[in-house]
Design a protein around this ligand. Structure first.
Ligand SMILES: Cc1cc2nc3c(=O)[nH]c(=O)nc-3n(C[C@H](O)[C@H](O)[C@H](O)COP(=O)(O)OP(=O)(O)OC[C@H]3O[C@@H](n4cnc5c(N)ncnc54)[C@H](O)[C@@H]3O)c2cc1C
Length: 491
């Protein structure tokens, strides 16, 4: 039986997942059909929660240093979202080209020994009780690769999803948008700016390298075929119709018409084959959620699949990938669909009404909190496990100083972290048999918390738990302790 995992697709999801598997010591190969990395950038917004996840692996600082921090997203209807109020160490949206995130993840993969094979397309998938066989084609012809598990991170048109005959439920959005990276003579104020008027929508996002990403929905041209020629004059005219100014745009380095889809795979797992990222869910780029959700999928799946490969995973664990991430994907589809509909409203009357309602709604802090939590990803949480769970269970672990090191720094080895606030360190002592999978840290305050490798709280107790309770929780989440026979004999 093969002892490796094959990840199909070297986009952000596949690279993140491969690095997670390699960090946990699982042999991993990435097969990528493109011979070269793409030279255009799709995603530009890296959300707070994604930065937290990257921080939990020591990669956030590098990306932040090269990106552009945006603390305020403004819309010309008098509505602003103050991102600096996001309850995170990274209280902003980072504008960074997808290529930068991918380069950082790929370097990490190389560091950890992941094999990345480019110019290799997967064309067929077959699985049996022991593993998965992939038919792959490359410059030398066709051959078969074998793995214990395969994860399709191969984008919206996923060959793996198609090979599974997995329904990709949803629709194609009817309204094309135009995208362009241009230089601007009249740069709007230093934040993501959005103009929504009866003539359409124009978003301007600064990359920080002198170029701005324009996303334009031009009502006058929205029946043009997707492959109709596009030039900067069309963008200028649209921009003037929408906002009264073309912002002095010039020197486009890339332009495209784009028709997005809103679809989600019915399931994320069939036996030994799993789906993640755009292969599992795809939606409008309005809301900047796709790459962020894919990286979230990869963080959720990596440690679970690794513990299956090491034989320590409890039987229920791998299925929680779908039960936790499918609802997140559905929520992202709903939010991006609502945002897309809101900005692409065709009736002037309805548009006016929506703008009025948005202004009123955004005056209320309680309502403003929700878009912040959604866009930043900090609101994502999972169903807690067990009866009478603590209020923190399933929530994102709050970062905190634990005696000179932050929790998210302690997570960098990809293990669980047990934070023991009992005065005598009894919980940490009880956990000693799981030292290979659980980092133990003493603190004060009385509470005890078990943090998953993906920075969500597995279990917590506000008061000192018994040793038996701690050991029960650890066995439930992390599998048997190293000296399991001894424990069984003592019981
Ligand atoms: C205009 C635009 C703007 C966007 N902006 C944002 C944003 O600001 N923030 C955000 O979070 N998201 C954004 N997105 C979405 C984001 O780009 C995607 O969600 C993200 O790229 C998905 O990553 P992925 O790794 O799942 O898939 P992909 O990036 O699509 O990678 C899939 C990889 O699989 C490879 N592959 C495909 N088939 C095979 C095969 N048969 N064999 C081997 N390899 C294969 C492909 O070559 C590709 O490299 C935007 C998208 C668009 C179009």
């Amino acid at each position: 039986m093969s002892n490796r995992v094959i990840v199909v697709g070297a986009g952000p999801t596949g690279l993140m997942l491969a690095s997670e598997l390699a960090l946990a010591g699982v042999p991993c190969t990435v097969l990528e059909k493109r011979a070269e990395a793409p030279n255009i950038t799709r995603a530009f917004g890296v959300a707070s929660r994604t930065l937290e996840l990257l921080d939990a692996r020591g990669m956030a600082d590098e990306i932040i240093a090269k990106g552009n921090i945006v603390t305020n997203a403004g819309i010309n209807v008098g509505v602003g979202i103050d991102l600096s109020l996001i309850p995170s160490r990274f209280a902003y949206m980072l504008i960074a080209p997808q290529s930068l995130t991918e380069t950082t993840l790929e370097a990490r993969c190389h560091e950890l020994g992941v094999e990345i094979v480019r110019g290799t397309a997967v064309t067929a998938v077959e699985q049996d009780a022991e593993g998965v066989s992939l038919t792959v084609s490359d410059a030398n012809g066709t051959h078969v690769e074998r793995a214990a598990y395969v994860v399709g991170c191969d984008g919206a048109h996923s060959a793996i999803r198609k090979a599974l005959d997995m329904p990709f439920v949803g629709k194609e959005n009817k309204t094309p948008i135009t995208l362009a990276d241009v230089r601007l003579r009249d740069v709007p104020d230093d934040f993501v700016s959005a103009a929504v008027t009866g003539a359409g929508l124009r978003l301007v996002i600064p990359f920080g390298d002198g170029y701005h990403r324009l996303i334009i929905w031009d009502r006058e041209n929205d029946t043009k075929p997707i492959d109709a020629p596009l030039d900067v004059e069309e963008l200028r005219a649209a921009s003037i119709r929408i906002s009264g100014s073309d912002l002095g745009m010039h020197d486009p380095r890339w332009m495209s018409r784009f028709l997005s889809e809103q679809r989600q795979a019915a399931h994320y797992r069939v036996g030994r084959v799993l789906l993640a990222g755009d292969a599992a869910h795809t939606h409008s780029p309005i809301g900047a959620q796709g790459m962020n959700t894919g990286i979230g999928d990869a963080m959720n799946l990596g440690w679970k699949l690794a513990s299956v490969m090491h034989g320590t995973a409890p039987g229920w664990l791998l299925d929680t990938y779908e039960s936790e991430r499918h609802p997140v994907g559905s929520m992202v589809l709903r939010v991006t669909d609502a945002l897309t509909r809101a900005v692409l409203i065709k009736s002037d009357l309805v548009l006016k009404a929506v703008r009025g309602l948005m202004r009123i709604a955004f005056d209320v802090e309680l309502i403003r909190k929700h878009p912040r939590a959604l866009i930043s990803g900090v609101g994502i949480h999972y169903a807690p496990r067990g009866d009478k769970p603590n209020k923190l269970a399933g929530r994102r672990a709050p970062d905190r100083d634990l005696g000179g090191e932050r929790l998210y720094e302690l997570l960098r080895d990809g293990t669980f972290v047990l934070v023991d606030g009992t005065p005598d360190g009894a919980a940490a002592r009880a956990a000693a048999g799981w030292g290979d999978r659980v980092e133990l840290r003493r603190t004060d305050g009385g509470a005890v918390m078990l943090v998953r490798p993906d920075a969500y709280v597995a279990w917590a107790s506000d008061t000192a738990p018994s040793a038996a309770e701690v050991q029960h929780v650890l066995a439930d989440w992390c599998g048997p302790r190293v000296d399991e026979d001894v424990v069984v004999a003592q019981r």
